[in-house]
Design a binder for this molecule. Structure first.
Ligand code: SF4
Length: 132
Protein backbone atom coordinates (compact mmCIF):
# COMPACT_ATOMS: atom_id res chain seq x y z
CA UNK A 1 0.00 0.00 0.00
CA UNK A 2 1.07 3.60 -0.57
CA UNK A 3 0.14 6.71 1.37
CA UNK A 4 1.08 10.36 1.31
CA UNK A 5 1.49 12.38 4.49
CA UNK A 6 2.55 15.89 5.41
CA UNK A 7 5.08 15.71 8.21
CA UNK A 8 3.88 17.95 11.06
CA UNK A 9 6.95 17.59 13.27
CA UNK A 10 8.41 20.95 12.19
CA UNK A 11 7.26 23.91 10.07
CA UNK A 12 8.97 22.59 6.89
CA UNK A 13 5.96 20.33 6.30
CA UNK A 14 7.78 17.80 4.10
CA UNK A 15 5.57 15.70 1.83
CA UNK A 16 6.17 12.06 2.66
CA UNK A 17 5.50 9.14 0.35
CA UNK A 18 5.23 5.94 2.31
CA UNK A 19 4.99 2.33 1.19
CA UNK A 20 3.84 -0.19 3.77
CA UNK A 21 2.39 -3.63 4.31
CA UNK A 22 0.09 -3.99 7.28
CA UNK A 23 1.87 -2.15 10.08
CA UNK A 24 5.32 -2.50 8.52
CA UNK A 25 6.83 0.45 6.65
CA UNK A 26 8.75 -0.65 3.57
CA UNK A 27 10.00 2.74 2.39
CA UNK A 28 9.68 6.43 3.07
CA UNK A 29 10.76 9.31 0.84
CA UNK A 30 10.39 13.07 0.91
CA UNK A 31 11.57 13.43 4.50
CA UNK A 32 14.50 15.76 5.08
CA UNK A 33 15.45 14.19 8.40
CA UNK A 34 15.07 11.14 10.61
CA UNK A 35 12.27 12.75 12.61
CA UNK A 36 10.17 12.67 9.45
CA UNK A 37 11.02 9.01 8.97
CA UNK A 38 9.90 8.25 12.54
CA UNK A 39 6.76 10.33 12.01
CA UNK A 40 5.91 8.29 8.89
CA UNK A 41 6.53 5.08 10.82
CA UNK A 42 4.22 6.23 13.64
CA UNK A 43 1.51 7.05 11.08
CA UNK A 44 1.63 3.43 9.95
CA UNK A 45 1.95 1.72 13.34
CA UNK A 46 0.07 4.09 15.69
CA UNK A 47 -1.28 7.23 14.02
CA UNK A 48 -1.70 10.24 16.27
CA UNK A 49 -4.30 12.99 16.02
CA UNK A 50 -5.09 16.17 17.90
CA UNK A 51 -8.59 16.23 19.34
CA UNK A 52 -10.75 19.35 19.25
CA UNK A 53 -14.14 19.65 20.87
CA UNK A 54 -16.04 21.82 23.34
CA UNK A 55 -16.80 21.68 27.05
CA UNK A 56 -19.86 22.83 29.00
CA UNK A 57 -19.33 26.02 31.01
CA UNK A 58 -21.43 26.84 34.07
CA UNK A 59 -22.10 30.50 34.83
CA UNK A 60 -20.41 31.75 31.66
CA UNK A 61 -21.49 34.32 29.10
CA UNK A 62 -21.36 31.39 26.66
CA UNK A 63 -22.52 27.84 27.39
CA UNK A 64 -19.48 26.15 25.82
CA UNK A 65 -15.76 26.69 25.54
CA UNK A 66 -13.73 25.26 22.65
CA UNK A 67 -10.88 22.96 23.66
CA UNK A 68 -8.10 20.91 22.10
CA UNK A 69 -5.48 18.46 23.23
CA UNK A 70 -2.07 20.01 23.89
CA UNK A 71 -0.47 17.21 21.85
CA UNK A 72 -1.67 14.54 19.44
CA UNK A 73 -3.02 11.34 20.99
CA UNK A 74 -3.20 7.84 19.57
CA UNK A 75 -5.99 7.62 16.99
CA UNK A 76 -7.07 4.40 18.74
CA UNK A 77 -7.86 6.45 21.90
CA UNK A 78 -9.47 9.47 20.23
CA UNK A 79 -13.04 8.44 21.07
CA UNK A 80 -12.09 7.81 24.72
CA UNK A 81 -10.72 11.36 24.84
CA UNK A 82 -13.85 12.78 23.18
CA UNK A 83 -15.97 10.88 25.75
CA UNK A 84 -13.88 12.28 28.63
CA UNK A 85 -14.32 15.80 27.23
CA UNK A 86 -18.09 15.34 26.90
CA UNK A 87 -18.33 14.38 30.58
CA UNK A 88 -16.47 17.52 31.60
CA UNK A 89 -18.14 20.64 33.02
CA UNK A 90 -16.16 23.71 34.10
CA UNK A 91 -17.00 26.84 36.05
CA UNK A 92 -16.61 30.27 34.43
CA UNK A 93 -14.44 32.22 34.05
CA UNK A 94 -12.25 30.16 31.74
CA UNK A 95 -9.05 31.65 30.32
CA UNK A 96 -7.66 30.88 26.87
CA UNK A 97 -4.82 28.38 27.34
CA UNK A 98 -6.13 27.20 30.71
CA UNK A 99 -5.51 23.51 31.39
CA UNK A 100 -8.91 21.95 32.07
CA UNK A 101 -7.63 18.35 32.38
CA UNK A 102 -4.02 17.48 32.98
CA UNK A 103 -2.67 14.33 31.28
CA UNK A 104 -6.07 13.15 30.05
CA UNK A 105 -6.45 9.36 30.47
CA UNK A 106 -2.69 9.13 31.09
CA UNK A 107 -2.00 9.80 27.38
CA UNK A 108 0.49 12.60 27.99
CA UNK A 109 -1.71 15.39 26.61
CA UNK A 110 -3.68 18.06 28.46
CA UNK A 111 -7.12 19.38 27.54
CA UNK A 112 -6.74 23.13 27.11
CA UNK A 113 -9.24 25.91 26.47
CA UNK A 114 -8.74 27.65 23.14
CA UNK A 115 -10.78 30.71 24.01
CA UNK A 116 -11.79 32.82 26.99
CA UNK A 117 -15.27 32.60 28.46
CA UNK A 118 -16.04 35.33 30.99
CA UNK A 119 -18.38 34.72 33.89
CA UNK A 120 -21.88 36.19 33.69
CA UNK A 121 -22.25 39.40 35.68
CA UNK A 122 -24.41 37.60 38.27
CA UNK A 123 -21.78 34.85 38.52
CA UNK A 124 -18.97 37.41 38.94
CA UNK A 125 -20.89 39.00 41.83
CA UNK A 126 -21.34 35.58 43.45
CA UNK A 127 -17.61 34.80 43.08
CA UNK A 128 -16.66 38.20 44.55
CA UNK A 129 -18.96 37.59 47.53
CA UNK A 130 -17.30 34.19 48.03
CA UNK A 131 -13.87 35.91 47.94
CA UNK A 132 -12.71 34.40 44.62
S1 SF4 B 1 10.88 15.50 7.69
FE1 SF4 B 1 12.18 16.61 9.13
S2 SF4 B 1 12.47 18.60 8.11
FE2 SF4 B 1 10.72 17.64 7.11
S3 SF4 B 1 8.91 18.42 8.24
FE3 SF4 B 1 9.50 16.47 9.17
S4 SF4 B 1 10.84 17.05 10.87
FE4 SF4 B 1 10.72 18.81 9.52
Amino acid sequence: MKSEYICIVCPNGCELSVEYEGETMISCSGNRCQRGYRYAESMITDPMRSVTSSVLVEGGVMPLVSVRTSAPVSKKRMFDVVRAIKELKVQAPVARGQVLVSDVLGLGADIIATRTVEAKRSERRRLILRGK
